[in-house]
Design a protein. Structure first.
Length: 226
C-alpha cells in the first residue's frame, strides 16, 4: 500500500469513527423530553419539549409515539426544540401514551431514542354522595365524580350504567359521560326516579367509570344508588 493509499484509507476510517461517536453522543444530548397537555373530548392536545443536540450537523428532530405500534408524530427542524400535536383515540382506549424524540443529522442518520416521556392522565373516582332515590316526590340520588391534578381544562369521564332498575322506565336515562368543567375538580351525575305508581321492591342503579386514555381510574370507580 502506497503512502497516498494509506492516507486515504486512514481518512476514511477516521470519518467513519467520527460518525459513530456522533451517534453515541446523541444518546446523551437528546435526553430530556417533557409533555404538557389539554383535553378536548377524545382528542388530547400535547406539547413536547426536549434538550437540543449541539453537534454541528444536526438537521432535524423526529417525535415518535411508541406505545403500541411505533408511529412518527412529527418532524421539526433544528434548532427548534418543541412540537405541538394532537392524539385522537377511541373512548375505550386505556393506558399511558409514550413518546420519544430522535436527532437526525444531515446524512439522515437517526440517533437512539431519548428518554421516554409518558402522558398519564389524572386519577378519577366516583362515590354516591346521596345513595337513596325514591319515586315519591320524586327524590333524586347523586353520584360525584372527582379528579386529581390540574383543573385548567375540562375533562370528560365516561361510564357504564347497570343495576336492577331499568333506565327510561324506573329513572331518567343517563348520558354515559360527565364533564368536569375547567376550574373544577368534580362533577355530579343525577339519578331522577320516574314515578310509575307501580309498587316495587328496592332497585339499584350502579355507575362504573370506564377506562380511557385521558385519565386513570382510581378506587372506588363504581358506586350504587338504591
Amino acid at each position: 500500500m502506497s503512502n497516498h493509499e494509506y492516507s486515504k484509507w486512514k481518512t476514511c476510517i477516521t470519518h467513519r469513527t467520527l460518525k459513530i461517536q456522533i451517534l453515541v453522543y446523541f444518546l446523551f444530548l437528546v435526553s430530556s423530553l417533557f409533555l404538557s397537555h389539554s383535553v378536548f373530548g377524545a382528542t388530547l392536545n400535547l406539547s413536547a419539549t426536549w434538550a437540543l443536540n449541539t453537534e454541528p450537523d444536526i438537521k432535524e428532530y423526529r417525535l415518535y409515539r411508541t406505545d403500541g405500534t411505533r408511529t412518527l408524530i412529527n418532524t421539526v427542524q433544528h434548532p427548534t426544540n418543541y412540537c405541538n400535536f394532537s392524539v385522537t383515540f377511541s373512548d375505550t382506549y386505556s393506558g399511558p401514551l409514550t413518546f420519544v424524540v430522535r436527532a437526525v443529522d444531515t446524512s439522515n442518520l437517526e440517533s437512539a431514542d431519548s428518554n421516554p416521556a409518558q402522558y398519564i392522565g389524572p386519577t378519577v373516582t366516583i362515590v354516591a354522595t346521596d345513595n337513596t332515590a325514591t319515586e315519591a316526590g320524586p327524590t333524586t340520588g347523586y353520584f360525584t365524580v372527582t379528579r386529581t391534578g390540574a383543573t385548567t381544562s375540562a375533562l370528560t369521564v365516561y361510564y357504564t350504567v347497570g343495576g336492577t332498575a331499568t333506565s327510561g322506565s324506573d329513572y331518567n336515562a343517563l348520558s354515559n359521560s360527565v364533564t368536569i368543567p375547567a376550574g373544577s375538580s368534580s362533577a355530579t351525575i343525577t339519578v331522577t326516579p320516574i314515578n310509575d305508581t307501580v309498587v316495587e321492591s328496592d332497585e339499584t342503579v350502579i355507575v362504573t367509570l370506564s377506562a380511557n386514555a385521558t385519565y386513570t381510574r382510581g378506587s372506588p370507580y363504581s358506586a350504587t344508588i338504591t
